[in-house]
Each structure stands twice: as structure tokens, then as C-alpha cells.
Design a protein around this ligand. Structure first.
Ligand code: SAH
Ligand code: SF4
Length: 336
């Protein structure tokens, strides 16, 4: 519950206003995991709160560790679905990649999460629990919404969770350390940006609108130029505010003419393009671009004056790399 909702909740119960601050302190400073720990809240008030609200931490139900140090945590939702996050240590940094949905309805043809279709939205609590419940929490320096799901398709819960991560009444992380990855549908994106200020990583994947709609069917009906114009405005002062992601698919979007058109689309924009090696998965016949082709593409973008980097693949051996989270389907009972 973001602070404003918590205040309204306390007010409805006709409790003193300062209760909301006391509770937030217990939750986000002292990491209380039950109402019983909140000893400066009277027992009567705790009982009344317990009739309507719940304080709960759900521990991960599984943890896999990659040879490169990446960890993949799995959580079981109340609905019995599995949701995953990845914890990626990189030098001084410790990045947690969290999910906002179980599955996704955008249906990108290269993404294993998309192939699951949408199974459900996570609540703000379920999103934050991925951060709150893991033993490394104190060491996390960055949080990225790059796991399962499209954040814009679960807008309210995502906004609430961002607020709790970044607010001084919440976990107090700097909003420069929170990045949200999205396909970037202009209207919901504008609504999100009105309500929270985070770094954006926008999944571009091709500069051609028609091809983008084929690769990312959920972007049909949205205009790519409108999106880029909006992002251009946002990136004006700081190149770290908006970056683009581009998954490198052999012979699909990795040609030099794709690089030229990408540079043209983003020309003059203060931004960075992050090239992601494609991670193949069973049941999908797309091929990753070779490292040489990725480098050729990167160099071409730079020739046009764009900053372009290649994202390191992490956690491949435990299926924690980009696009591979929670491909597992719930167990089905085999007929006898
Ligand atoms: N739905 C959001 C955030 C989650 S996906 C989005 O699409 O931006 C995070 C990133 O992983 C996206 O850039 C996505 O395109 C990329 N991705 C998806 N499947 C992939 C795969 N198989 N290999 C590499 N990257 C992939
Ligand atoms: Fe959804 Fe992102 Fe996967 Fe596309 S890449 S299907 S938007 S999770």
C-alpha cells in the first residue's frame, strides 16, 4: 500500500494519523513481517488492522545459481502460478530483475514469456515481495522491471510498487536505480510517466513499424513515430533516462539497413541502444545473430553517431537470461 493509500486506510479506521508512518517504518525500515512486531501500535489497533489487512512475506520456493553467479528465484503466487526473478551481481553492482506479470499478452515471437500468454497480473505486493523476501536484499543496488510481463499492461500495481521502492516512506531507492523495460505503448506510457519517474528501457527490436507489429503483435494499433517523439522529449537532458533494447535475430532484424534505419529513427536523440543477444528456447526456430554480426550492427550505429552497447548474457545455464524466465507451465494431471 503506497503511503497515501495507507494514510486513507488508517483514517477510515479512525486511528491517529501517525499510525500510517509507524506502520510504514515497521514495514520498510525494520522489515517487519507480521503485525505482532509493531509494538508501538496498540494491540487493539493491531487487531482491528488485522481484520482488514495482512502483512506477509512469501519466501522464494526455489533458487538456482548459475556458474556466473547469477541467481534465479522462483515464487509461487496465491493463484498457484510460478513467477521468477533474476539477481545479477556485476562488480560493485547487484541488479535485481523483477517480473510484473505471469506470462504476457504482447506475444513477441522471440520471447518465451510471450509464448505462455498472459496467466495473470501480479499485485504491487507480489511485485515487491520479489525484492523484500530474498536474503541479498540489503546488497541490491539496482532494480529493473525486465522479467516476465509488460509493465504497462499492469499499470496500477507497477506504479504502486515503484512508488514503494523509491519513496522515502518506502524502501528509499534512488529513482535513478530503477529501470522499467517496456514495449512502450504511447498512451499508457504517458500515464505511467505522469505518476512515477524512472529510467526507461524501450524494446525497439526493429525500426520498421510493420515488422515491429509482426515481431511484437501487442504493439499493433500503436504508432512507432509517436512513441519515439515522446521518448525524444523525455531523453532531452539525460541520455540515461531513456535507452532502447534491440534483440539480435539472425537474418530478421540484424542487417545494415536495419542499423541505418534505426539510426535515422533515433537521429539526434540523446540515448543509447543496448543490443541483446537472442537466447533461443525450445519450440522457437529463430537463430541468434553471430557475435560478428552483432558487432557489425553496433559499429554501424556508432558510425551514425549513436551510442550502442552489447548486453552481456548472464545466467544462461539456469534459464535466467533475458526472455527465458518462467517457461515452465503448471503441472497438468495426465489422464490414467
Ligand atoms: N515486456 C517488457 C519487459 C520484459 S522483457 C519488454 O518487452 O520490454 C525484457 C527484455 O528481454 C526485452 O527487451 C525483450 O525483448 C527481451 N527478450 C525477450 N525474449 C528474449 C530472448 N529470447 N532473448 C533475448 N532477449 C529477449
Ligand atoms: Fe511480453 Fe516483453 Fe516478452 Fe514481449 S518481450 S512477450 S512484451 S515480456
Amino acid at each position: 500500500m503506497p503511503q497515501e493509500s495507507l494514510r486513507a486506510f488508517i483514517q477510515r479506521l479512525e486511528m491517529p494519523r501517525y499510525r500510517a508512518n509507524q506502520i510504514a517504518e515497521w514495514l520498510y525500515r525494520h522489515h517487519a513481517d507480521s503485525l505482532d512486531q509493531m509494538t508501538n501500535v496498540s494491540l487493539t489497533d493491531r487487531r482491528r488492522i488485522a481484520e482488514l489487512a495482512e502483512v506477509r512475506v512469501s519466501s522464494p520456493t526455489d533458487c538456482k545459481v548459475s556458474a556466473d553467479g547469477t541467481k534465479k528465484y522462483a515464487f509461487t503466487t496465491d493463484g498457484g502460478d510460478v513467477v521468477e526473478s533474476a539477481l545479477i551481481p556485476e562488480g560493485e553492482r547487484m541488479t535485481l530483475c523483477i517480473s510484473s506479470q505471469v506470462g504476457c499478452r504482447v506475444g513477441c515471437t522471440f520471447c518465451a514469456t510471450g509464448a505462455m500468454r498472459l496467466r495473470g497480473n501480479l499485485s504491487a505486493g507480489e511485485i515487491l515481495n520479489q525484492y523484500r523476501s530474498i536474503p541479498e536484499r540489503e546488497h541490491i543496488t539496482n532494480v529493473v522491471y525486465m522479467g516476465m510481463g509488460e509493465p504497462l499492461d499492469n499499470l496500477n500495481a507497477v506504479v504502486d510498487s515503484v512508488e514503494l521502492l523509491t519513496s522515502p516512506h518506502g524502501y528509499g531507492l534512488s529513482n535513478r536505480r530503477v529501470t522499467l523495460s517496456t514495449v512502450g505503448k504511447p498512451a499508457p506510457l504517458a500515464r505511467l510517466l505522469k505518476r512515477c519517474d524512472v529510467r526507461l528501457a524501450v524494446s525497439l527490436h526493429t525500426p520498421f513499424q510493420q515488422q515491429r507489429r509482426e515481431l511484437m503483435p501487442g504493439t499493433r494499433g500503436y504508432d512507432l513515430n509517436e512513441l519515439v517523439a515522446m521518448l525524444r522529449e523525455r531523453a532531452r537532458e539525460d541520455r540515461r533516462r531513456v535507452s532502447f533494447e534491440y534483440v539480435m535475430l539472425h537474418d530478421i532484424n540484424d542487417s545494415l539497413s536495419h542499423a541505418d534505419a534505426t539510426a535515422q529513427l533515433l537521429s539526434g536523440m540523446h540515448t543509447r541502444v543496448n543490443l541483446i543477444p537472442f537466447h533461443p528456447w525450445p519450440g522457437n526456430d529463430m537463430q541468434p545473430s553471430s557475435p560478428a554480426r552483432i558487432e557489425r550492427f553496433r559499429a554501424q550505429l556508432e558510425r551514425h553517431g549513436l551510442t550502442a552497447t552489447v548486453r552481456a548474457t548472464r545466467g544462461l545455464d539456469i534459464e535466467a537470461a533475458c526472455g527465458l524466465l518462467a517457461t515452465r507451465r503448471p503441472q497438468t494431471v495426465q489422464p490414467q
